[in-house]
Design a protein around this ligand. Structure first.
Ligand code: 5U1
Length: 682
């Protein structure tokens, strides 16, 4: 054990460090260290304070829940504090918690509820006389920020609840950004040269804590409610599980993965199930939350510090590892961006050997102070490319080198920084963080443009993935995207390619043929115009109705479209001005790719006025495809079942939406019925 003097010094150091990281995490939404590293610091402080209680002060970060609310928002006083959770990092720690509470409860019998601990932003919502009145962040646990207007933009948050709800009550839950939305947002930010969000929590927090709710509304945020904070004037259930059911009946979105669990063995099983399946979730979760089910027993157990004794977060093992950053390489992206990536000493993280990881851009590297030679923390999440979280500065030797992109790509013979693939000059547009290769015909860009064109969100040509697009390009079978539609004349050469038999060639050619009728928005997105993501492409398609009209639009005309600013307008104009791009479009038209769409009055469409909500997975189409077809026929897509919903479309493994639809008497249809309806109305 450390001497009292050493402990006092270390406690002061840890407090300063943790306060700094709290500020970065809660206030700036821009952490410098991983959650796992933060947990280590906090644990060390807690341990030292437990061993030397004379140094425990009220202002210690172990006694706080979050950070000061931002002044820019109004401040909301929480009627009862928003607690945070103690952690268990192993089965032994969970078992110790169980023993502790069993003893405190005099071995009364009780059961548990298991929930997912979602990586999002904790919020408290107050309803008065049936209406959503106030929404607040946790803040420091006592006072949070008033984010009512921004929360109103979340479509799964009920703005009104049934008449028989308590006249005044508060619920608590987690606002989160689904992983697909998080990756899309970061892709768009990368293309727009904006700093990236480190994780879905920061992206959700950054989206909710926008002073302009119009920005929040464009982010696909969602919310799960996980408890009733308080309720006045009405009796409420006596167990947590029944409370969750009750909250569902009031119209709140409650996580369908919650489970009532009989005993601690079932808690362990629930945990193990999700350790194995967590990568399949549509959100990021860093553990499970275990709660004592009986509310009366929760009361008896009470709180310790700012943490309830009746609940604990049982954390998933971190999918993180540390290794040495040998060097930083540069790859060239589809739009010509020079993308730094980490070259690592191979390390096994969660059973997968990692040799390379994403580093995003030079600003990000500098902000995180990552240096070549550093020991770095690597994180794997879901299917995505592993990322470097940050350096372990305590392991520095002094020999680490700062990374400078322009020095890295400097070509001595040419006397200037050059693209590492084609040797052309590089440039950095004003106000952007990325550097670009100036050669539109750069082979790295050309090959990735083909891959992007064929990708799922674009023309969705099954079969032409990363590997095949590279082979087709390298073998000279296609040199640009228009050549894809002339592959049918090169069947012999296709059959000579490795792993390409009659069947796969014919499947690929069928998929190419089918892609000719994709909606105009997809074609615009597929062209890969810089700064044009899927949403902007949809907007441009709605406004222009044809690729020709878009190509001919002036800067002023483009900028008169809502949300199109000078950067996007200039990018569109520059794209269509290029001779090579005009030639590509000409050949797309000659091969009968649909480049226009008839303007149709929305109210005249066959599904006008109908709202569809989809739940579960489908066999014959992806959810995106189904949504697109519904929208093309004038229907709208809802994210949750409300009284406005016309149909709930149910696939396999439907979520809680099915219960909600049944309780509201909403019409329910299966996949085949939807197919029939769409075919009949098309
Ligand atoms: N699912 C869930 N997440 N979560 C976070 N439940 C839950 N409960 C919490 C927190 C902080 O706190 C209560 C136990 C007080």
């Amino acid at each position: 054990m450390a001497s009292p003097e050493e402990a006092q010094k270390k406690i002061a150091e840890l407090k300063a460090q943790i306060n700094h990281h709290n500020y970065r995490y809660y206030v700036l939404d821009s952490p410098e260290i991983s959650d796992a590293e933060y947990d280590v610091l906090l644990r060390e402080l807690k341990q030292l304070e437990a061993q030397h209680p004379q140094f425990l002060t009220a202002d210690s970060p172990t006694q706080r829940v979050g950070a000061e609310p931002l002044e820019a928002f109004g401040v909301v006083e929480h009627p009862t504090p928003l607690l945070s959770l103690g952690n268990a990092f192993s089965g032994d720690e969970l078992s110790a918690w169980h023993t502790r509470i069993s003893r405190l409860l005099g071995h009364a019998s009780f059961d548990f509820v298991g929930e997912h601990k979602i990586d999002g932003l904790a919020v408290a919502l107050t309803y008065v006389n049936g209406r959503f009145a106030t929404g607040a962040t946790r803040g420091d646990g006592f006072r949070g920020e008033d984010i009512t207007q921004n929360l109103r933009t979340i479509r799964s948050l009920p703005l009104a609840v049934p008449q028989d709800a308590p006249p005044r009550f508060e619920v608590r839950g987690e606002v989160y950004l689904p992983l697909a939305g998080f990756h899309k947002l970061n892709r768009e930010r990368e293309e727009a040269g904006l700093p990236l969000f480190a994780n879905p929590r920061n992206a959700a927090a950054g989206s909710v804590r926008q002073l302009d709710p119009r920005i929040t509304t464009r982010r696909p945020l969602d919310i799960y409610i996980y408890m009733l904070g308080s309720a006045e004037g009405k009796a409420t259930p006596s167990t947590h599980w029944e409370t969750l059911e009750y909250l569902k009946s009031l119209g709140f979105k409650v996580n369908p993965n919650n489970r009532r669990l009989d005993d601690i063995k079932q808690v362990e099983d629930y945990y193990q199930t999700w350790v194995e399946k967590r990568e399949k979730l549509h959100y990021e979760a860093d553990g499970i939350v275990v709660k004592v089910n009986q509310l009366e027993l929760q009361q008896r157990l009470g709180d310790v510090g700012r943490e309830p004794r009746w609940a604990i977060a049982y954390k998933f093992p971190a999918v993180q590892g540390t290794t040495r950053l040998i060097d930083i390489g540069i790859s060239v992206g589809r739009t010509g961006t020079l993308n730094p990536y980490a070259i690592l000493e191979p390390v096994s993280v969660g059973g997968v050997t990692i040799r390379q990881a994403a580093l995003h851009n030079e600003d990000d590297i500098r902000r995180k102070d990552i240096r070549i030679g550093d020991t770095v923390i690597i994180q794997r999440a879901g299917e995505v490319i592993p990322a470097v979280v940050g350096p372990v500065t305590s392991q520095r030797t002094g020999k680490e080198k700062e990374f400078k992109l322009l020095e890295k790509v400097f070509d001595k013979e040419k006397g200037h920084p050059a693209c590492p693939v084609c040797g052309s000059e590089v440039f950095q547009p004003e106000g952007e963080v990325m550097y670009y290769c100036s050669n539109a015909a750069c082979p790295a860009q050309a090959q990735q443009r083909i891959e992007h064109f064929a990708s799922r969100g674009a023309m969705d040509i099954r079969g032409i993935g990363e590997n095949l697009s590279a082979t087709l390009y390298e073998k000279g079978l296609i040199k640009d995207i228009a050549d894809i539609y002339y592959l049918k004349d090169r069947k012999e050469q296709l059959l000579e390619l490795e792993k390409m038999g009659e069947k796969s060639v014919s499947n690929m050619l069928d998929a190419i043929e089918k892609s000719k009728n994709r909606p105009l928005a997809r074609v615009i997105f597929a062209l890969g115009v810089r700064h044009i993501g899927e949403e902007t492409a949809e907007l441009l398609a709605r406004e222009s109705h044809s690729l020709d009209a878009l190509a001919e639009a002036s800067r002023e005309e483009l900028m008169s479209i809502e949300t199109i600013g000078p950067k996007i307008a200039d990018s569109i104009i520059a794209f269509f001005r290029q001779e090579t791009n005009r030639d590509i479009i000409k050949r797309l038209r000659e091969s009968r790719v649909k480049l226009e769409e008839k303007p149709v009055k929305a109210e005249a469409l066959p599904l006008a006025g109908m709202e569809f909500v989809l739940t579960g997975t489908f066999k014959t189409f992806s959810r995106k495809e189904a949504e697109e077809r519904i929208k093309t026929l004038g229907g709208t897509i809802g994210s949750s079942v409300t009284r406005k919903t016309t149909y709930l479309v149910v696939g396999t493994d439907p979520g809680s939406k099915l219960d909600k639809a049944r309780s509201l008497g909403t019409k329910i249809m299966n996949e085949t019925e939807l197919q029939n309806l769409l075919n009949q109305k098309a």
